[in-house]
Write a protein that binds this ligand. Structure first.
Ligand code: BES
Ligand code: MN
Ligand code: ZN
Length: 510
């Protein structure tokens, strides 16, 4: 992550410079540089047909008259249409173009248009930071010259003091995104359920309360569904409960503790599927592409990154994060198709396909969360179904909800952060497809509407709580770079949910 500082605008004497350029304010944005280079920058832009359109960029190498190594122009589109996420993307595009310079400056004035104002500089800095993510801890032979060099980025803005004051909160969110990406990128032999729980425990340093449950404790709680999935693996399962009590009433405490206390508000709850590797179990998956199933813990990774972000920026909210961590393996002790398990809710499930394991893990964790905390809402994230990729591709996560207001805020926060979600239906006709011949339900509903029947299954364990489910199988990992997301783990959901909390569940700033 490059070190970010904020400063008043100037034309630097050396290093690289990026400029955010509005389509209808190009001359003004380039005036200072043109004065220093006898118009070389504007001539370079014209030669590259750079017009400042959104997503456009061009590089002018070593313009005469300055010591600059390169000038990077990044288009913002028309000033009236500039959005905060658009500014983040421009910052990300700039960072990618600046990666080969150790020190660089970013002129963010073009982004500080109304109604964004000073925050344009912070948004650009956040976008640049997010794009600079790299998971290279296992590359021992990469030459220094092949690594990105950008270590320091000076973001230039008229109100540098205001940007400086706002940066730590944005940086905490970037830290949460990086943590989630690290967890999702880790290989499955390293990131076992126990290791993942240890990484949650490390977050105590941010002020989070962290509890870890092992197989014994979960057996006592009656987690027959989660433990059934874990049966085939030599790596023990874990459940982790993280609490951030930043709200004024400290209402993150349990439903029991809140009883009678008039001021206590219900906490927000986030629940993640954390299958550290999904072979499919005895209903084993085909070999081709199975390595992708190392990121079947992305829902949990997002919840952990989100909790780190909320704690890191000291969010004024009570939030809890729960993750169910298991490895789904075939072995002599593995659960069989046809097994019947008893969930923590007492409902029984006929496991007809051991590869439909995520919903089994969530069933016990969601039920437990509702009974213990009685939260204001539960939002779960899970790489749950291949079918959601068929339906929505990689551009939207599937959203399922029993609460229209919650669904609307998720859709809005998704648009604001670029982590977009698309609402899918629920209904009795789908729920009926889960009918079992010998138990209360079966864990699969057939191929048609596979993502919907998976969501219906989870709904049977939310016990009337306002609830939303995000199926992130198509959005947790990307095969190619995006402006603020290098290819690989996206941390989808951290920005979305952090924004949802900030805009709807914290006291307004100012
Ligand atoms: N982890 C998978 C879903 C998945 C698929 C995530 C592709 C990311 C990319 C999940 O556990 C699974 O195996 N789902 C099955 C359900 C089926 C057996 C009803 C699926 O989607 O095929
Ligand atoms: Mn599976
Ligand atoms: Zn899975």
């Amino acid at each position: 992550m490059p070190e970010i500082t904020f400063a008043k605008p100037s034309v630097p004497k050396a290093g690289a410079l990026a400029v955010l350029v509005p389509e209808d304010g190009m001359d003004a944005a380039l005036a200072g540089l043109d004065a220093a280079t006898e118009g070389a920058v504007s001539r370079g832009a014209a030669a590259a047909s750079f017009k400042g359109r959104k997503g456009q960029s061009c590089v002018i190498l070593a313009p005469a008259g300055t010591g600059l190594s390169r000038v990077v122009l990044v288009g913002l589109g028309k000033a009236a249409d500039v959005t905060r996420h658009g500014v983040e993307e421009a910052g990300g595009t700039a960072a990618a173009a600046l990666a080969n310079d150790a020190a660089a400056a970013l002129d963010a004035r073009g982004a500080c248009v109304p109604p964004i104002g000073t925050h344009g500089a912070v948004d650009a800095a956040l976008g640049a930071t997010l794009r600079s993510y790299r998971f290279d801890k296992y590359r021992t032979k990469e030459k220094a010259e092949d690594k990105p060099k950008l270590a320091k980025l000076v973001v230039m803005t008229d109100d540098a003091a205001a940007a400086k004051a706002a940066w730590p909160a944005a940086k905490a969110v970037a830290d949460g995104v990086f943590l989630a990406r690290d967890l999702v990128s880790e290989p499955p032999n390293v990131l076992t359920p126990a290791e993942m729980a240890d990484r949650c425990v490390a977050l105590k340093s941010l002020g989070l309360q962290v509890e870890v449950f092992g197989p014994k404790e979960m057996k006592k709680l009656g987690f027959g569904a989660l433990l059934g999935v874990a049966m085939g693996s030599a790596n023990e399962p874990r459940m982790v409960v993280m609490q951030w009590n930043g709200g004024s009433s400290g209402g993150g405490r349990t439903a029991k503790a809140r009883k009678g206390a008039k001021t206590a508000t219900k906490p927000l709850a986030f629940i993640g599927k954390g299958v550290t590797f999904d072979t499919g179990g005895i209903s084993i998956k085909p070999a081709g592409g199975m390595e992708d199933m190392k990121w079947d813990m992305a829902g949990a990774g997002t919840v952990i990154g989100l909790m780190a972000a909320l704690a890191g920026r000291k969010a004024k909210v009570d939030a809890i994060g729960l993750v169910g961590l298991v490895e789904n393996m075939p072995s002599g002790t593995a659960q069989r198709p046809g097994d019947v398990v008893t969930t923590a809710s007492g409902q029984t499930v006929e496991v007809l396909n051991t590869d439909a394991e995520g919903r089994l893990v969530l069933a016990d964790v969601m039920w437990y969360c509702k009974q213990r905390f009685d939260p204001a809402f539960m939002i779960d994230l899970a790489t749950l179904t291949g079918a959601i990729i068929v339906a929505l591709g990689h551009e939207h996560a599937g959203l399922f909800a029993n609460d229209d207001a919650l669904a609307q805020t998720l859709i809005a926060s998704g648009k604001a952060t670029g982590e977009t979600v698309w609402r899918m239906p629920l209904g009795d006709a789908y729920d009926k497809l889960l009918k079992s011949d010998i138990a209360d339900m079966k864990n699969i509903g057939g191929r048609p509407g596979g993502s919907i029947t998976a969501a219906q299954f989870i709904q049977r364990f939310v016990d009337g709580c306002p609830w939303a489910h995000l199926d992130i199988a198509g959005t947790a990992w990307h095969g190619k770079d995006k402006p603020t997301i290098p290819k690989g783990a996206t941390a989808f959901g951290v920005r979305l949910l952090d924004t949802l909390v900030a805009e709807h569940h914290e006291p307004a700033k100012g």
